[in-house]
Design a protein around this ligand. Sequence first.
Ligand SMILES: Nc1nc2c(ncn2[C@@H]2O[C@H](COP(=O)(O)OP(=O)(O)OP(=O)(O)O)[C@@H](O)[C@H]2O)c(=O)[nH]1
Ligand SMILES: [Mg+2]
Length: 201
Amino acid sequence: MKLLQIAGYLGSGKTTLIIELARSLSEAGNKVAILVNEIGEIPVDGRVMQDYGLTVKDIGGGCICCQVVGSMIGTLKKLAESQKPDIVIVEPTGLAVPGSISDAVKRINIEQLLIIVLFDTSRQEKLLNYDSLKRLISTQLKDADIIALSKVDLGSEDIVEHALQAVSRINPRARIIKLSSKRGDGILEIVKTIQEISVKA
Ligand SMILES: Nc1nc2c(ncn2[C@@H]2O[C@H](COP(=O)(O)OP(=O)(O)OP(=O)(O)O)[C@@H](O)[C@H]2O)c(=O)[nH]1
Ligand SMILES: [Mg+2]
């Protein structure tokens, strides 16, 4: 079981992206599980099974979706033993720092494929400038292997370019992908990257 972390601030588009990725990855033959902290406003329907105390929902296409009941780490261990997915996509809360989740995952010997951090281009001024947010946002971005500039359908090219410059100054190492889960931009590029890395891993 390999782990893919999709992080980013509250409302940045994590769950929407995860559902698209899970669909593509399972169509490509992977058994995919999704682990979200809160199912939130995105409807996840299907059969609910109680399995070792997990709420596991079959969301079609071979995907399962678990709501974190206790600790995320405990839930990951149970998933690895019971469902044995090829890939587990984890959505931490929007306030989490991806590096701290990576550290915890390493301690239980689960291999992490990569960390994708979403940055909401439509709210960039607030995210980059509000005193209460900018430290968290830059810490999240610094931990990313891929930064997905999300919701590019909502803004002009200039706005997207401005976000690109800002995030690449914060993390020059990350690959930056322009994403619109609504329109479908960037999804294929992310899926390809995941597949390349999981073959190598
Ligand atoms: N225009 C636009 N809206 C989007 C896009 N992706 C997500 N949204 C919307 O943004 C809102 C938040 O999306 P979610 O996928 O729930 O975001 P999240 O990061 O999982 O949110 P939390 O789990 O609450 O932190 C929803 O209303 C989505 O429909 C996008 O590519 N374009
Ligand atoms: Mg969510």
